[in-house]
Design a protein around this ligand. Structure first.
Ligand SMILES: Cc1cc2nc3c(=O)[nH]c(=O)nc-3n(C[C@H](O)[C@H](O)[C@H](O)COP(=O)(O)O)c2cc1C
Length: 478
């Protein structure tokens, strides 16, 4: 077993008390609703659904895999004992390092692997043989691909991309559609293949170590093979088998995988789907649908689900932590002084609401921090509010951020609007058929620079007296 085997990960999750087993759920709505109850808990757990109604025991679905600090730390090999902000600190500089290290951890091709325990020829493929959840009541169909990784290659360079793009079951189970938004790396690869060959090879994994969910669902810069990037994160090359028809690499220990071809005019109606914004996305639209060449699965396979919805949702915690670390690196990497913390809030799906804390050094510093955070490539997509606060405010704590906003921000002078910025097709405010622009606000909730020396002092006990009192009456801190 390599480090990328989901079953090894499950053993570790179970041992650390982070795994719950739910027996007897219906794939139609019950798995989705139970996952929602879980991710709305203060500290969610990983859930394994087994004995799913109408399916053989062992044919399972996993959700909540990266929904708390212990699970996320464990998945990234950073240990299970870090808090939210410690995780962000531990991740600082890592994405750049992984990019550098990726060539040293090239995926290693192996002849065979557990994924080939069952090889299903194309005319026998039925995705409904696996519990494919109807996650939300108004979804347009069954989505077997949520925490999935779509594998594509650049026809010019051979670079392999992993992208989490939702996949709806199509053609009564014989196929799936792949909803890669324009601009995404997978979309770019597919478009290049269309221009060159008239069709695009594609593969996908539908059950795998949650590290692949993090890699495929996070904006890794183009030009690096994300399979190698995953290897760099765990310090071990990913063992891969070659897909027989397309030649694409598939992690050998995956649970469920398929390969096939996309054609520009092979589309099926797709959606709506409950999305990370907390709303059902747009209207039913034609989406590229795979001509399946083969399907592979392990015995007793596990589908990795990551259902979005009104945040916090299944993977919003992971997104917040990864984005917060990447945004902190991005801001300091551009030379911005005095950044003391960044948190991309879960209520905004890790994208729309970003709090940046700074130690003000000069007039205009807070505005500069806000503009940069709102438009840097790492944070620009679907951002709506950047709130800049002083360093005495914990950017992770929305109450503190809102208090700073309500006492240090004068709307007349401290809110800047940016227009025609990078929006998204899933924006509930977007209008169908119109370009996906959005506008965004920079909310400067820092004390005015010229008043730093005489701004009213905060009315709370100092650290010294607090710890003196807490020592005397320890129960008060519990
Ligand atoms: C669970 C999950 C589902 C996602 N679904 C979609 C989707 O349907 N379409 C899409 O374009 N992006 C989706 N995303 C976001 C992309 O995965 C993300 O932007 C990623 O960086 C894309 O990879 P790429 O930059 O290599 O294209 C999803 C992310 C996650 C974590």
């Amino acid at each position: 077993m390599s480090k990328f085997d989901l079953r090894k990960w499950l053993d570790a999750a179970k041992e650390s008390g982070q795994l719950e087993i739910i027996n007897g759920a219906d794939a139609s709505l019950e798995i989705g609703a139970a996952s929602q109850l879980n991710y709305k808990r203060k500290v969610p757990k990983a859930l394994i659904f087994d004995d799913i109604m109408g399916y053989q025991p062992g044919n399972r679905v996993l959700t909540g895999s990266v929904s708390n600090p212990k699970l996320l730390g464990m998945t990234l090999d950073l240990g299970p004992d870090l808090s939210d902000l410690e995780l962000v600190e531990a991740l600082r500089g890592k994405p750049q390092q992984w990019l550098k290290d990726a060539p040293d951890f090239r995926a290693v091709e192996v002849e065979d692997g557990p994924i080939f325990e069952n090889v299903i020829p194309k005319d026998k493929v039925n995705f409904l043989d696996f519990p494919s959840p109807l996650w939300h009541e108004l979804d347009g169909g069954r989505y077997i691909g949520t925490g999935c990784a779509v594998i594509t290659s650049d026809p010019d360079t051979g670079v392999v991309n992993l992208g989490a793009y939702r996949m709806q079951v199509q053609d009564n189970g014989a196929s799936v559609s792949i909803n890669a938004e324009s601009g995404k790396h997978g979309f770019q690869h597919i478009s290049k293949w269309f221009e060159r060959e008239g069709r695009a090879p594609v593969a996908a994994i539908l059950g795998q170590h949650p590290l692949f969910l993090i890699v495929s669902g996070t904006e890794v810069p183009g030009g690096v093979s994300e399979m190698d990037y995953a290897g760099a994160i765990l310090g071990e090359s990913v063992p891969v088998v070659r897909a027989p028809e397309t030649g694409l690499p598939i992690p050998a220990e995956s649970e469920i995988a398929f390969e096939g071809w996309l054609y520009p005019d092979r589309k099926r109606p797709e959606g709506p789907f409950g999305e990370w914004t907390g709303y059902y996305s747009g209207e039913v639209a034609p989406v590229l649908t795979v001509e399946i060449a083969g399907l592979f699965h392990r015995n007793n396979p596990i589908n990795l689900g990551a259902p979005p919805g009104k945040p916090p949702h299944d993977y919003s915690y992971m997104r917040s932590v990864m984005k917060s670390a990447m945004a902190t690196d991005a801001l300091t990497g551009m030379g911005l002084a005095g950044v003391t913390g960044v948190w991309c809030h879960e209520v905004g799906g890790g994208r729309s609401i970003i709090a940046v804390a700074i130690e003000q050094r000069y007039a205009g510093h807070s505005r500069q921090a806000g503009y940069l955070a709102a438009q840097h490539p790492v944070t620009a997509y679907m951002n709506r509010f950047v709130i800049v606060v002083d360093s005495d405010i914990n950017p992770r704590d929305l109450d503190e951020v809102m208090w700073a906003m309500s006492t240090r921000c004068d709307p007349d002078r401290d809110i800047e609007i940016m227009r025609y910025s990078w929006g998204s097709r899933v924006d509930p405010l977007g209008v169908a058929g119109q370009p996906a622009y959005n506008s965004r606000a920079l909310i400067d909730a820092c004390r005015p620079f010229e008043r730093l020396h005489d701004f009213p002092l905060v009315a709370e006990a100092s650290v010294g007296i607090l710890s003196q009192v807490a020592k005397k009456w320890p129960g008060l801190r519990e």
